[in-house]
Design a protein around this ligand. Structure first.
Ligand code: SAM
Ligand code: SF4
Length: 332
């Protein structure tokens, strides 16, 4: 599938829930805590069908996300269905890490995911300081996240990425510890600029830390970072290598990188069944209604193609974007 601006669509983010056991300031403001009713949430069977039809149209990679995907019972089995879908080459998971070390039937959830064929785990880690972590996520769960990261390493994912959302007056102090920790755990560290997805308020001058500043701060402890334009994961991260150690660090600059959207290859399926062509646009299309009205696979495929045709050239975050859905209800 190709849109009007030459974006080749091969990647689908599937959000399996809008629920979460944390309350990150930038994702789910504490005062807004209404969940989707159960009957509005897509069943695993419905989501698997969407992926199966998407795969016939060129979707090759899936990332399962949320909310916190590991809070939904049966998540590893669902991932197993996705990894077995013809045409799907890789399935990854995005998680806050708090439940990766939880055991079910003698296996950790991390092990169950790896056995189901999940290849990459993106784990959020904004801070290694327990008090700062608690302030950011409103939960004192840092020790469980660190156990979760160790469980993920033991389980044997092909790749573990640690995602840190940049926050001014906070992340600056965290950088050296995060860089060291990622090196020690052989994980790929990525710094993400705050986006005004859930609330405009996060983008205030006193909260926003651009990736360019973060890069300079990292260089103060690591020495020069050398850009590696040819190294890509699936998304828009720009990677650099620490020249002295070879460690790779990614920077995701949705707000300041003006080329951010040029290589976009994604669609998003929300847990209430809306297909969204872009994270930073109001546009969303009610796939659940079409599915539950009994559409055929051919109609579902046509729906996908119509959504791709409406994909905007770029996100709207720099142009007075007004949040209409919290990040937690879209799927990051
Ligand atoms: N609960 C999982 C987690 O925390 O990784 C998966 C869902 S979360 C919405 C996915 C990613 O979106 C996380 O890395 C999170 O830090 C990021 N995120 C959430 N709100 C954001 C915002 N306003 N700006 C930038 N990144 C954000
Ligand atoms: Fe939950 Fe992830 Fe959002 Fe934090 S970023 S509130 S962990 S969904």
């Amino acid at each position: 599938m190709e849109d009007l601006f030459g974006h080749h669509i091969s990647y689908l983010r599937v959000s399996v829930t809008d629920r979460c056991n944390e309350r990150c300031r930038y994702c789910m403001p504490e005062e807004e805590q209404a969940w989707f009713p159960k009957d509005e949430t897509m069943t695993y069977e419905e989501m698997a069908r969407v992926v199966r039809v998407g795969a016939t149209l060129g979707i090759k990679r899936i990332r399962v996300t949320g909310g916190e995907p590991l809070t939904r019972p049966g998540i590893a089995d669902f991932c197993g269905v996705l990894t077995q879908t013809p045409g799907i080459e890789s399935v990854g998971i995005s998680t806050n890490g708090t439940l990766l070390a939880k055991t079910e039937g003698g296996l950790t959830l991390a092990e169950k995911l790896v056995r189901a064929g999940v290849r990459t785990a993106n784990i959020s880690l904004d801070s290694l300081d327990r008090a700062v972590y608690q302030r950011t996520t409103s939960r004192d769960l840092l020790p469980r996240v660190l156990e979760g990261i160790d469980a993920a390493i033991q389980a044997g994912f092909d790749s573990i990425r640690l995602n840190c959302v940049l926050m001014k007056n906070q992340t600056e102090r965290e950088l050296p510890a995060l860089v060291d920790y990622a090196a020690q755990k052989n994980a790929l560290l990525r710094f993400i600029e705050l986006m005004p997805v859930s609330t405009q308020e996060v983008l205030r001058e006193d909260n926003f830390l651009p990736v360019a500043t973060a890069k300079k701060l990292v260089e103060q402890t690591t020495g020069p970072l050398i850009e590696e334009p040819d190294f890509k994961t699936n998304g828009p991260a720009v990677y650099h290598r620490v020249s002295s150690t070879g460690q790779r660090i990614g920077f995701i600059g949705a707000m300041t990188n003006l080329h951010f959207c040029e290589t976009c290859n994604k669609l998003r399926l929300t847990s209430d069944g809306k297909l969204r062509p872009c994270l930073g646009s109001y546009l969303e299309f009610d796939l659940r209604a079409v599915l539950r009205a009994g559409c055929s696979d051919a109609e579902l495929a046509a729906f996908f193609q119509n959504v791709v045709a409406r994909k905007p050239k770029e996100h709207d975050f720099r142009h007075n974007y007004q949040p209409n859905r919290r990040m937690i209800a879209i799927g990051g």
